[in-house]
Write a new protein. Sequence first.
Length: 584
Amino acid sequence: MNGPNPVDTSSRRRARRYAVPRTMIERATERRLAGDWAGACAAAHVDLGFDPHDVAARHGADVAAAVEDDLRHLVPDLLRWHAPRRLGGRSTLAPDVAVLLSRHTSRSAGPVLLYVLTPATVDGPQRLLLRLGSPQEERRPGAEAITCEDWSTARHLWDERHTAELRERCGGGPDRPPFLEADGTPRDPSLLPVADPGDAPGADPAARTEWTVLLQESGRTAEAFAAAGITLEAAPPRWELAPYVLTLTRLEDELERLAAQLPGSRFRLDAGRRGTLYLEPAAGADDVVQAQVAAPRGDTPLLPRWLHQPLPDLLLLREGHLKPADLHPLVGASLFPSLPVPEGPPGPRRPEPVRVRCGGTWHEVVSRGGRLDIPHREEEQPPEHAGCGLPAACGLPADCRRLLRQPRPTDCFAVRETWTTGVGRLPKALRAQRTELFQRAQHGDTAGVLALLDAGVDPRVRDAGRRSLLHVLHLLDHEALLPRLVEAGLDLEARDCRQRTPLYAAVHQGGSPALVRSLLALGARIDVVDELGLTMAQVIGRYRRSDLGFLRERVEREHPGRGSWWPGMTRDEEPVWKRGRAAE
């Protein structure tokens, strides 16, 4: 049998390590246990997009009571933990996805859905928006459509009353999940089933799940379906479902739950060029589910991703990339009931010395006292490290890029230069330290970033995209960080690889008006143009940032040649901006 076929393991590992910081879990849990669901949502960066006091007037007392009950038992940090992610080298939330939590029926307006909306951009603030209504009515500038992910039958992913069901719902047994022991260690391959263990009373459900998954991973898809009691019709010879690894042993129960919520009983799983897999409860008594491979047809609802994709935590645990102590407390308590409840993802790690090859010997460099400390005096610096030869605000035009592609020295001075410019390569351990800092910033972990700076990390660090910490302030609490970064001497006009300054990044990536005003008060320039030739005013117009009308008007007034027009703008878009201005 082949081993597991992980999908973007490094991104999943970063998502579990940084995407839901331990401090966020602790604060949200404290507010939730105190009965303050709104405070728990605020701590987990979940914004409320409706007025709870207006629900009864609009939808009736029954709907208001049901919604209030959902909110009272919502675990917003667990919802964020399980939320769909973009991956592909990232760990951020998948944009423009409406995660449906529950359905309610209003006498006047029909179905009323409680759902959470993911951010509009991949690299913008990772805040969720809790809404009540219909996801199909959502409209965002630049978004083709909102994708709906149905969690109405998956309350174990967000409802505190059902979190203990997780182990069973992912195909686990009484005391352990598939491919793992009760203590969280990967199960020895010699103990995995080599034949169908069956489903007789007393059989281990985890072993049966393991058998069907191993069959799928070895390409024996039809046998895996048969072992789970599923009739697979119209499948081409040697047809495979990979990279999808269905928990086939759970399909009957899960399809029955879905069919009770949605009209009809047929669901589809798009497998690209392999065809579309249709699933529905079988009419006969011999088979529990019928599956058919066919071309897409009709308006059949999609099988939810949480049902047909393996739980990321199980993949990472099975491959040794994660330990039970790193899990969300509610996830760990469900998967491993015999272990102590985990504390959550690890907190910031104090920077450790890193060995660097320098002049034929090994030296240690370390972040200490707010700088990257190297064991050299400044007068020892070779001429080639006196500076990169580029102006501080250089946006790396073509000739500069050619220069930076040339081989560069890798001694202590080169490492320090790369650390503060983002140009060049860092030793693996230093690269990991930089990644942790910017990943924590990406997911809004202000406390984690401050802890790393307090531990001595040089705030002048820049990532591989040449972004400084000022460029990612729109993701963090700028009131806590901005004064500290300015005091450390960070340049307000520093350009990243896309020629964006910190102010431009805040405008482009959804930064708050308060942050924009703070940067303007410090003297940030407003006549910046990015690598595409777009001005700030054009970006404000392009993304309908009506909340930044004050900045657009200032750019148009002080720099008439850099106003709100951009190539490709249509005539009917200007009135939209004017309506935005009137609303302000």
